[in-house]
Design a protein around this ligand. Structure first.
Ligand code: DP6
Length: 349
């Protein structure tokens, strides 16, 4: 499959590939965050979100049909998946089988370059790749919107990794099938905006509370949640305008306030959900210092202690050095905007 289009995933092949299908997808980082679900079973977000797909840390997933085998087999980074991870993947395959009207089991092999469960969006790249490879292996033809909707059923953030560059995921409206149809991602066209995102990895271990459990607790108990969800609407409008102006300072300020607001809603949950560690705060201080020194740099954090710093490419090396100085155990990697999910063939597999 060609890799030349950023905003649309490559078309599905006309027939199932021999030996299954392999897809590659990249993580995305939300500049306007999704936090909270309208419907947990259908994985429907309460709020709109907007992200940048990265050009690093891809997930590669192969799905092969195994008609002679009774159960799905799932391998994650070379090891058999167990527990909730396995269950989420087999439940997702079940959705694809329903769409295909087929019952054969499958073997799934997933390789991540992003640490799983560390708030670095492994579920976004993972379910985007699984949706594309799974749909191809079972011969289900989906347009980009339908593929994004399917990926959302695995993890709402995965709906955005179907697309490259910038993408917006629409919150659900209504209930049941209506809500399911209403929530999907689509590309936001900002061809000339290409910032750097320095990922300050202060802790690559798995998170202490899953984002799923944390967002449920936040929606159910945080008195700040509603206010944040409402202010997020204005953040999204302002973000679209800043993106279309190519205004890095504007984009960064809005992303930072939206992310801090999301963490404030979690801190006000009962009991509190706190992903931010002392190392996170040290990185945030260093970002403030960079700005005081005249370097436009803005932070965003997800369901984990790691910090992603948005800046100009020309400043990325200085930003990376600064965060490493602030937290000596921290490593920093720099990303830029990356491609959407795509099928791969031949040697690339
Ligand atoms: C903080 O998409 O991982 O990264 O839909 O429950 O699988 P589920 O959650 P997930 O949550 C991502 C939350 C976030 C913000 C974002 O990416 O928008």
């Amino acid at each position: 499959m060609p890799i030349d289009r950023e905003t649309e995933p490559a078309a599905l092949p006309e027939s199932v590939l021999d030996g299954g299908a392999t897809a590659v997808a990249h993580p995305n980082i939300a500049l306007i965050k999704y936090w909270g679900k309208l419907d947990e079973r259908l994985v429907i977000p309460c709020v709109d979100s907007l992200s940048m797909t990265l050009d690093i840390l891809p997930t590669t997933t192969t799905v092969r049909l195994t008609p002679a085998v009774r159960d799905d087999t799932v391998t994650l980074d070379g090891k058999p998946a167990t527990g909730e991870q396995r269950q989420r993947i087999t439940a997702f395959l079940e959705l694809i089988r329903e769409m295909a009207g087929r019952s054969e089991r499958a073997a799934v092999d997933t390789r991540n370059t992003v640490p799983t469960g560390a708030g670095l969006a492994s579920s976004a790249s993972g379910f985007a790749a699984l949706a594309l490879a799974g749909a191809a292996a079972y011969g289900v033809g989906l347009d980009p919107t339908a593929l994004s909707r399917l990926a959302r059923r695995g993890s709402a953030s995965a709906s955005r990794s179907v697309f490259g560059g910038f993408a917006v995921c629409h919150a659900g409206r209504g209930i049941g099938a209506t809500a399911d149809l209403s929530s999907y991602a689509e590309p936001v066209s900002v061809p000339d905006f290409d910032p750097a995102l320095v990922i300050a990895l202060v802790n690559a271990g798995p998170k202490t509370v899953s984002s799923r459990a944390a967002m449920r607790r936040t929606v159910e108990t945080s008195p700040l949640y509603k206010a944040w969800a409402i202010s997020g609407k204005a953040d999204l409008t302002d973000m679209r305008a800043a993106l279309s102006r190519g205004d890095l300072e504007g984009v960064g300020e809005i992303a930072e306030r939206n992310a801090l607001g999301m963490h404030a809603t979690m801190l006000a949950a009962r009991p509190a959900v706190r992903y931010l560690s002392p190392a996170t705060l040290a990185v945030l201080d260093s970002v403030l210092q960079l700005r005081a020194d005249g370097v436009p740099a803005y932070a965003t954090m997800d369901a984990g202690p790691n910090v992603k710093v948005l800046c100009h490419h020309a400043d990325a090396a200085r930003v990376a050095d600064t965060v490493r100085d602030a937290v000596p155990a921290c490593s920093a990697i720099t990303a830029r905007r990356g491609p959407g999910a795509r099928l791969v063939t031949g040697a690339e597999r």
